[in-house]
Design a binder for this molecule. Structure first.
Ligand code: 26V
Length: 837
């Protein structure tokens, strides 16, 4: 207990096993020589990284084969996570840490004259995702392995991941992300795992010898899907799963007949068309504009993945009746919704099942996660495109819809509006297939990603389907893996957690609650602050190196990092920076709390307004940072090219976490969880998982402001003009005027006219409407910051009370309520009951 015998909050390091150390050294050197073809004298850092990664991979592969055999022999049910995005980041230290090999590799590399942290930076981020949805898939893969659930992640091996962002004179520019340029030591190509995926053509119907109707699809085009597997190691290396990504190729790469006529380009045209499927990742936060290539991507990976899992099931069981007992398929958003029609097609057309049986199996096997309520985000495809690309699937969808509409009619007889609302086909404004409806109808469970989001799903987008199929919607609040977001990103805080909560905290985050006992302890607080300070110094160094801006590591680090989107309201944050700047200019002598406002995030390439917001942040930063009155008081920085690895540096260094979306619009958020776990206080709205964070950390340890979701709806109903709130707030009026008159864009005073106009008259996202409440809340933060013991106590309590947000908890809930698979008893939380409040 604090006070009596003050612990030194240090954990002794166990001695290294010399034999194991020399074995690893030889393994690395052998890889360098035999797999890379270099000796130590010639090797670059990158060569060393690859050699070390390959040596580590060997050790993982042994476990992988073992766990795969165990799952196969025991006939355990498997989970298949279908996702067009996996935002993995780097794997090297993640895999080392989970394998328990970090100290050995660090020492081995040190003896060989290379630093582990240098090598770490050689690894490019695997950025096969846009943001929260893709990162969630990556956290889930790690947690499924940790809970020893036999699972496959299925996705696409994009040649280019999310674009690289360069900021040039304040504007975002996009460049290709060539993440595979130096090869990828983690993946294993499986040339023997190849499936044919068909497109186009026509369908013929006939009646077979037993009098049953048969459909035969004569496709117009075939593409091959080749598997690449990346091992995903769980904590303590007990279980390894595969992330299986598909690459597309033409079955017949070069048409020799065409080539011989001299048409060299034409000879490889269909190769280019096939390979385009895995060329690049689409932005998920752009209005889906019915692009054919995206539909081809969706079908390509769904078909290959389902063929693969059906084949695996047949190999083991010899029939498909028991599919749902042995396989649970989770659809990450609507992108894999075609799985509903494709599984029906495989069961009926390929395996001769009758419709009703196939339908029961399909529903029992599939489940679907919804990640956004934004109406413009709901995926629909024009019937015409569907018919041209996937004629057999359209037939199946029509039949699914027919049965479903009959059910709707029985439930609400004569209600045409109800039938139109629940139909898979949207008949308004050109007929379109509604992918959310398809996924809903074909799944036994549909989940939202935070308590509030799941409730809103029932009230809004899926209101009528919920009425028709009550009990299907369930909630699974998101989580994050603590291995990456605490242990790896914040070793200093992890050491404090081990010292105060015991070693068990590494296996069971509910032990974190023991840190509460030390929240008010002066000696502990001191060490907690020291850890935060070191993390801030590291971030300040990065900012200095990348931007040439010197920031004071003792200032309050106020951070907003996420995709740039109007509903996430980076604009509200900049407006506050402007108003604070004006206030400092008015009274430069006052005792201002020193602040560094840190932004990072990418805007979809075609999202012009979001790109204008980036430009505004950078223009405001330039004005503020070059004004002598702000020195030591306020700095604004925009760090380019936000990605997972950058987040791992920024989050542990944050004091204040900005989670300020318009209430009702952020489905969950997961960055919010990472910050709180790393001891930042949240300033946020009552939105998504912020609400559950408040419930866990306590309302006194979080700063909530602004309208709630209901108030937003009510105000919107009155119109979007914000003149009323601007008239009542002189500082808001002044900030908008500054934007409008070119205070930050003297070279082009009209540059931000679209923004000032929206703030005045088109305040859909309630930026103006919430401004005063936000500004006041921020001044409250200043006051709290000035009381360092109270601030530190609140920060510690945030860390101590975040256990529930572990993705292990989330996955356990999926396993129990949706997938019906057991999880490892060794990973059950022991203090769970005590930790929940
Ligand atoms: C899609 C669209 C499409 C149309 C234009 C606007 C727009 C904005 C956002 C989106 C989001 C697509 C799905 C997504 O990434 N959702 C995120 O999923 C995370 C994991 O569940 C969750 O934490 C985030 O709150 C949610 O935005």
């Amino acid at each position: 207990m604090p006070g009596s015998s003050s612990p030194d909050f240090k954990v002794p390091k166990p001695p290294l096993d010399e034999l194991a150390l020399s074995e690893i050294k030889s393994a690395i050197v052998a890889k360098l020589t035999l797999a890379i073809g270099k000796n130590a004298g010639q090797a670059t850092k990158h060569d060393w990284y690859k050699a070390a990664a390959l040596a580590l991979r060997d050790r993982i592969v042994h476990r992988w084969l073992m766990t795969e055999k165990e799952s196969y022999d025991s006939g355990r049910k498997r989970v298949y996570y279908l996702s067009l995005e996996f935002l993995i980041g780097r794997l090297f230290t993640d895999a080392l840490n989970n394998m328990g090999l970090m100290p050995l590799f660090e020492a081995a590399l040190g003896d060989l004259g290379v630093g582990l942290s240098d090598l770490r930076n050689c690894e490019p981020d695997a950025a096969l995702g846009n943001g929260g949805l893709g990162r969630l898939a990556a956290c889930f893969m790690e947690s499924m392995a940790t809970l020893e659930i036999p699972a496959f992640g299925y996705g696409i091996r994009y040649d280019f991941g999310l674009f690289r962002q360069i900021i040039s004179q304040g504007w975002q520019q996009e460049y290709p992300d060539e993440w595979l340029g130096f090869g990828n030591p983690w993946e294993l190509q499986r040339p023997e795992v190849v499936y044919q995926v068909h497109f186009g053509g026509s369908v013929e119907h006939s009646v077979d010898a037993r009098g049953r109707e048969r459909a035969i699809w004569y496709p117009g085009e075939t593409v091959q899907a080749v598997a690449y597997d990346t091992p995903i190691v769980g904590w303590r290396g007990k279980h390894v799963n595969a992330l299986r990504l598909w690459s597309a190729r033409a079955p017949d790469p070069l048409r020799i007949d065409v080539f011989n006529t001299g048409d060299y380009l034409g000879a490889s045209a269909h190769e280019a068309r096939a390979e385009a499927i895995c060329k690049f990742l689409y932005p998920n936060d752009e209005s889906p504009a019915g692009r054919e290539l995206r539909l081809r991507q969706e079908y390509f990976f769904v078909s290959a993945s389902l063929q693969d899992l059906v084949q695996r099931h047949l190999n083991a069981e010899g029939q498909l009746r028991s599919l749902a007992k042995k396989a649970a398929v989770q659809l990450n958003d609507t992108h894999p919704s075609l799985a509903v029609a494709e599984l029906m097609r495989l069961l009926i057309d390929h395996h001769g099942m009758v419709w009703d049986d196939a339908w029961e199996i399909t529903k029992a096997t599939l489940s679907y996660t919804n990640h956004t309520l934004l109406p413009e985000a709901l995926e629909t495809w024009p019937i015409e495109l569907f018919e041209r690309s996937l004629p057999r699937h359209l037939e199946i969808i029509y039949r699914i819809n027919e049965v479903h509409l009959n059910h709707a009619e029985a439930r609400c007889p004569g209600d045409i509006d109800f039938r139109a609302a629940v139909s898979v086909i949207d008949e308004k404004g050109g007929r379109r297939v509604r992918m959310g409806h398809l996924a809903f109808i074909g799944s036994h469970r549909i989940n939202g990603v935070s308590a509030m989001h799941s409730e809103l799903m029932k009230e809004t987008v899926f209101h009528d389907l919920h009425h028709l199929y009550p009990g299907r919607i369930t909630n699974k609040t998101n989580g994050i893996t603590f291995r990456r977001w605490l242990m790896l990103a914040n070793p200093g805080l992890t050491e404090l957690a081990r010292a105060t909560c015991g070693e068990g905290v590494l296996d069971d985050p509910t032990y974190l609650v023991r840190m509460e006992d030390y929240a008010g302890d002066a000696a502990f607080q001191q060490q907690f602050r020291q850890v935060k300070h070191r993390n801030k110094v590291a971030l300040a160094k990065l900012i200095g190196e990348r931007l040439g801006i010197k920031v004071n590591a003792s200032a309050l680090f106020d951070v907003q990092i996420k995709r740039i989107h109007e509903y996430k309201r980076q604009l509200l944050n900049v407006l506050e920076a402007i108003a604070l700047y004006h206030a400092i200019k008015d009274e430069p002598q006052r005792d201002w709390v020193p602040r560094v406002k840190i932004f990072a995030g990418k805007a979809a390439a075609s999202y012009r307004y979001a790109k204008l917001i980036i430009k505004l942040i950078n223009d405001v930063a330039e004005t503020i940072n070059s004004d002598p009155d702000t020195v030591g008081r306020l700095k604004v920085v925009f760090i380019p090219d936000y990605n997972v690895s950058l987040a791992e540096v920024i989050i542990p260094a944050a004091d204040l976490s900005e989670q300020i979306s318009t209430a009702g619009m952020e489905a969950s958020g997961t960055g919010n969880m990472k910050f709180a776990l790393n001891g930042a206080l949240t300033i946020g709205t009552l939105d998504g998982a912020n609400i559950e964070i408040r419930d866990n950390v306590g309302p006194e340890n979080i700063a909530i402001f602004g309208m709630d979701a209901l108030e937003v709806v009510q105000r919107r109903a009155q119109g979007l003009d914000a003149t009323d709130v601007i008239t009542r707030s002189p500082r808001l009026a002044r900030a908008i005027r500054a934007i409008e008159t070119g205070e930050f864009s003297r070279d082009d005073p009209g540059r931000f006219a679209a923004i000032s106009h929206a703030l005045r008259h088109l305040d859909h996202y309630m930026v103006s409407a919430d401004f005063e409440s936000y500004y006041d809340c921020q001044r409250g933060i200043d006051a709290r910051w000035s009381n360092s013991p109270a601030w530190t106590r609140a920060a510690i309590l945030n860390v101590a009370r975040m256990a529930w947000f572990s993705s292990d908890r989330t996955i356990r809930e999926y396993a129990e309520d949706i997938w019906n698979v057991p999880t490892s008893p060794a990973s059950q939380p022991t203090l769970a009951r005590q930790a929940q409040r």
